[in-house]
Design a binder for this molecule. Structure first.
Ligand code: PEP
Ligand code: MN
Length: 272
């Protein structure tokens, strides 16, 4: 393998367009990928998926396996959610993005997800990245909360190594000395990567701030920084969410966010 292959790719192309079934990530589109932090039950997932799709989300978050800091908190429904998600996916004709935390989950997730998400804790899990490189499914590679941009870029080589170049980067906030917000959303990274990397760049303002009230302003800022899309947590009743309740948008706030983004997207010649 050539050293730092991404350097080579960069010279060969502008930001890579990525086609996922009937959608395309390209310079004239802006994507909202939204849904619950975790799938909690059939009703919650159906309701949320239906709503975010109606508002213009092109992909629905479908979290089966959750990596929680505390062992005794909700860890996700795992395999138990597979059959109803499969049913809902067909019923609503939705595309889904799901976090994969271990290569052994590929056999379960392959039939229910269109995009593999690598979470912040696994950006350095090179064996997982190599394994995802074997498949042709797009990979949403989140930035480790402690990773320099260069380390994040080098991590993409482990996916590219086995032939998969459908990589989407996702800035989700880094750990800094500031503790008023859950993380510090690094929009510098977005503007930087849009110039220096061949991959589309998404922003996750939900984990990036940890506070529902900050999701809208930081989403708008992400558009201006040049992001290709957003990953947003939405829940029918955030107070009752089994994970990340402080940062989940309720339905009316999500709707309002989309309305706020529209004029900005127009300004940048992009559409949902
Ligand atoms: C998530 O998006 O569900 C998630 C756990 O995010 P992160 O890995 O960025 O914490
Ligand atoms: Mn979450």
């Amino acid at each position: 393998m050539k050293k730092y292959r991404v350097e080579k790719l960069k010279r060969l192309m502008d930001t890579k367009n990525i086609k996922i079934e009937n959608i395309e990530i390209n310079s004239s589109r802006f994507h909202i990928w939204a849904g619950p932090c975790a799938i909690e039950n059939e009703k919650q997932f159906l309701k949320t998926a239906e709503f975010v799709k109606k508002q213009g989300a092109s992909v629905v978050r479908a979290g089966f396996f959750k990596l929680r800091t505390s062992f005794d908190t909700f860890q996700g429904l795992g395999e138990k959610a597979l059959s109803f998600v499969q049913k809902i996916k067909k019923q609503l004709q939705i595309l889904t993005v799901s976090e994969i935390t271990d290569p052994r989950q590929i056999k379960y997730l392959d039939s229910v997800t269109d995009i593999f998400q690598v979470g912040t804790r696994n950006m350095y899990n090179y064996e997982l990245l190599k394994e995802l490189g074997i498949y042709s499914k797009p990979v949403l590679l989140k930035r480790a909360f402690c990773a320099k941009i260069k380390e994040w870029m080098k991590a993409t080589d482990y996916i590219l190594k086995n032939g998969n170049d459908k990589i989407i980067l996702c800035e989700r906030g880094i750990r800094t000395f500031e503790t008023s917000t859950r993380n510090t959303l690094d929009l510098n990274a977005v503007a930087f990567l849009k110039k220096e990397s061949p991959f589309p760049v998404f922003v996750d303002p939900s984990h990036g701030t940890g506070l529902a009230q900050l999701v809208s302003p930081m989403s708008q800022a992400a558009v201006c920084a040049g992001a290709d899309g957003l990953l947003i947590e939405v829940h029918p009743n955030p107070i009752e969410a089994l994970s990340d309740k402080e940062q989940a948008l309720n339905f009316s706030d999500f709707k309002e966010l989309i309305l706020k983004l529209q004029p900005l997207l127009k300004l940048y010649n992009k559409s949902l």
